[in-house]
Design a protein around this ligand. Structure first.
Ligand code: SF4
Length: 388
């Protein structure tokens, strides 16, 4: 195997913690989440701690990593878990690997599950970034998506988050919701801009197999947004956000200066992360070209195995150079700054052009190069769903 300089065991680490429970299942959702009531918060938290200690024995993260840079509670709906459970999890994580100064700690929250007190509890627990699943500021859109909160509730929660001391707030918005017009989207974006979150994630709705929206589509009860309208929406949203001072830094991500998601950037940059919880994925950038593994998806099975002291790993693989190169390209191109040709060559000993179908993609107007970097064109961004 060729020796590479970029893949060393001493880099920094991120930790992703998956909470697979929700109050209800949204009509478009194919994430690893279960609508459960009551939520097994205590037993699941115990299992996360057990998994962490099994992992610490196996991976010795203290010796292998220079420090923990990001923690991300994702789901599901992590805000169904109390601040007390979040504190327990964080204390145990920090006992295994020391947090770097300025660590970014994010929790995803559904507006329906939080109030001022809970948000203050998260802030006191050390969470310094809140990612709020707003999706739209239009009640009709929310109903079509099967969301259980109203636009008004989302606005209140944003205010409560500010009052609780969150100065790094991200909101998710969805466009191309069936029935949504470009002016509906514009109104939602303008409303978002009045509360000025530091970060906005903007996703085009995709209708996934097995979801209620997919069934409705199959039964002829759903009209998809025509592609040209979706493209119009995307450009309008992009323009509004740009005018308001947001940097478009990844296909779906916009941020005020200094507020890129550091955790998600780790994924796009091919950095190391460990995932805890049902279905969570881990990737370590060593040895060789990297190694990944993933957990049992089913929360019951995950808990059963972990409670018995067995790693709930469902599968894993060691990457070969070709896979590592392809991944670096696919993830790196999601960022608007793209891929540095020099860094790529340093890590893999090859030009990214020789890996990418450079000639064909350039002729198709999908990729471009300037100042030693390869990036997607506007057309490439629009077709990114098909590319990635
Ligand atoms: S809240 Fe999020 S994870 Fe839960 S069902 Fe809705 S979209 Fe899926």
């Amino acid at each position: 195997m060729d020796k590479v300089t970029g893949y060393t065991p001493n880099g920094s680490l991120g930790i992703y913690i998956h909470i697979p429970y929700c109050r209800n299942k949204c009509a478009y959702c194919d994430f690893n989440s279960r609508a459960t009531d009551p939520v097994p918060e205590g037993p699941y938290t115990e299992c996360l701690l057990r998994e962490l200690s099994l992992l610490a024995d196996r991976e010795s993260p203290k010796e292998r990593f220079s420090g923990l840079e990001t923690v991300y509670f994702g789901g599901g709906t992590p805000s169904l878990f109390s601040p007390e459970s979040i504190v327990r999890i964080l204390d145990n994580v920090f006992a295994v690997i020391h947090p770097n100064d300025g660590i970014e700690i994010t929790i995803e929250a559904n507006p329906d599950t939080v109030d001022g007190k809970r948000l203050k509890g998260y802030r006191d627990a050390g969470i310094n970034r809140l990612s709020l699943g707003v999706q739209s500021f239009n009640d009709l859109d929310l109903k079509r998506l099967g969301r259980t909160h109203s636009a008004r509730k989302a606005e209140c929660v944003i205010q409560e988050a500010r009052d609780a001391g969150f100065t790094n707030l991200s909101i998710d918005l969805i466009f191309a919701i069936p029935g949504q017009t470009p002016s509906d989207l514009e109104r939602s974006i303008l409303k978002a801009l009045t509360v000025r979150p530091e970060h906005i994630s903007l996703y085009g709705l995709t209708i996934e197999h097995g979801t209620p929206l997919h069934t409705a589509l199959r039964n002829g009860k759903l009209d998809l947004t025509p592609e040209e309208v979706e493209v119009e929406m995307y450009f309008k949203a992009k323009e509004l956000l740009k005018q308001a001072g947001y940097e478009h830094y990844e296909i779906s991500s916009f941020a005020l200066e200094g507020f890129h998601s550091r955790h998600n950037s780790r994924y796009w940059e091919g950095g190391s992360y460990i995932g805890l919880g049902a279905g969570a994925h881990s990737f370590l950038r060593y040895p060789g070209w990297g190694r990944r593994w993933w957990n049992e998806q089913d929360p019951e099975r995950y808990m059963e195995l972990t409670a018995a002291g067995v790693a709930a790993t469902e599968g894993g693989e060691t990457l070969g150079r070709d896979e590592a190169m392809t991944e670096r390209l696919m993830l790196g191109l999601r960022r608007l700054c793209g891929i540095s040709e020099e860094e790529f060559r340093k890590d893999f000993g090859l030009s990214p052009r020789s890996v990418l179908e450079w000639k064909r993609l350039r002729e198709l107007g999908i990729v471009q190069s300037a100042n030693g970097r390869i990036t997607l064109t506007e057309k490439g961004i629009i077709f990114s769903n098909e590319i990635f």
